[in-house]
Design a protein around this ligand. Structure first.
Ligand code: V47
Length: 370
């Protein structure tokens, strides 16, 4: 009997990458289904090097979660509370401004503000957070509000998300973070976040922001009830919007943290899955420059390793990010800049402190102390 070699789906993907051909949904699935992590990673690493070079970006930033009151009560979320439930909190505008002031004194160049769909908090209060920070610090990058908060503000004000985005831009907003995307497939949303805006709506709000000249990020919350095909679908939908607008800055895969949520019976993601997801994102999202590894959710060691699997951004110094803290992420909330630079240098890569729009603020070549 002649020996017939089993088909090698990765070889086809490798050939396509060598020809600089766009990968398909079937290619994405083949990459996710492969257990040859090193081979998938090598391919993503090669694409990353050719596309964006060796620099690894980070930002000195601070997260401010202005409220945990949210009417959506997504099943993966350990953060949200009903308005009158114990543990519910809402910061006043002054408290938000105090936190921002503290962050600026610590050298933050980006403030990342998110909360929830609070049923009674007036839009003017959240707008005042943005305009107040802008008044205090004309140059700081304000990245605030997920698409689902924008939709909620529009509903409260009886207007369109576009009008809200325009108004927030006038108040000082620079960009939208990538949260709230979860997994776009309706099947998954019905199972884990039935009250949240649809995937189509999330994409449309980001596209509207891009049209207004606001840059945005995109995330994917993976490792719960979604299939690998649904992850691929999510990535390809982002790629489609990016083809039209070019407005996404970074893609950030968010590893599901099961603690204290209605899905706490599910196991956490594995290191192999985390690295493969970064790699597949780099390979499918051929029109995104930044693929960010979010160390708060994966741990610093795995985030560092992700730099060999397609990532070129380590997010930031992040203080007090309550969403992941409450869901059991135990990797810390704050890292000094010098430590981030050390970790990036130890991966053999130059570290670049960036601003919120990926302009270089300071380069740290290997061998140079911070
Ligand atoms: O919107 C909620 C997700 C997001 C859990 O844009 C969870 O630069 C994992 O979007 N396990 C907030 N994820 C975080 C986020 C983010 C983080 C860092 C940088 C940027 C950026 C954005 O986290 C939420 C939701 O999608 N999330 N609960 C959980 N248990």
């Amino acid at each position: 009997m002649p020996h017939i070699a089993a088909p090698d789906p990765l070889a086809l993907v490798e050939e396509k990458v060598a020809r600089r051909e766009r990968l398909s949904a079937a290619d994405g699935l083949a990459l996710f289904e492969s257990t040859d992590l090193v081979r998938v990673g090598r391919l993503a690493d090669q694409v990353r090097r050719e596309k964006v070079g060796d620099d690894v970006y980070f930002v000195v930033n601070r997260h401010i979660n202005y409220t945990n009151v949210c009417r959506n009560r997504c099943r993966f979320c350990a953060f949200s509370r009903e308005e009158n439930e114990p543990g519910a909190y809402t910061l006043t505008v002054d408290e938000v401004l105090d936190k921002a002031q503290e962050a600026l004194a610590d050298g933050a160049t980006e403030i990342h503000i998110v909360g929830g769909e609070h049923p009674t908090l007036p839009y003017q209060a959240v707008r005042a957070m943005v305009s107040g920070i802008r008044e205090m610090a004309p140059g700081v990058h304000i990245k605030a509000f997920t698409a689902s908060e924008i939709a909620d503000f529009a509903e409260k004000e009886g207007t369109s998300p576009e009008a809200i985005l325009d108004d927030l831009k006038a108040a000082g907003l620079d960009s939208l973070p990538g949260g709230g995307a979860e997994i776009f497939a309706p099947r998954v949303r019905a199972a884990v976040c039935p009250a949240k805006i649809s995937g189509e709506r999330w994409l449309a709000i980001h596209e509207a922001a891009h049209r207004l000249g606001l840059r945005t990020n995109a995330t994917m919350l993976y490792g719960h009830v979604e299939t690998l095909a649904e992850r691929v679908d999510h990535l390809l939908r982002l790629r489609e919007v990016q083809d039209r607008t070019g407005g996404f800055q970074a893609f950030i895969p968010l590893a599901f943290q099961p603690g204290n949520s209605a899905l706490s019976h599910l196991p956490p993601t594995t290191g192999v899955d985390d690295l493969k997801t970064i790699a597949v994102a780099r390979l499918l999202l051929d029109n995104f420059l930044a693929v960010k590894t979010y160390w708060v959710m994966t741990g610093l060691k795995l985030a560092q390793t992700a730099l060999f699997f397609g990532a070129n951004d380590m997010d930031g110094t992040v203080v007090e990010e309550v969403i992941s803290l409450l869901s059991g992420a135990e990797h810390g909330q704050m890292i000094p800049k010098a430590e981030l630079v050390r970790v990036i240098h130890d991966a053999g890569r130059p570290a670049v402190e960036r601003d919120g729009l990926y302009h270089t603020l300071q380069r740290y070549e290997i061998g140079v102390e911070v």
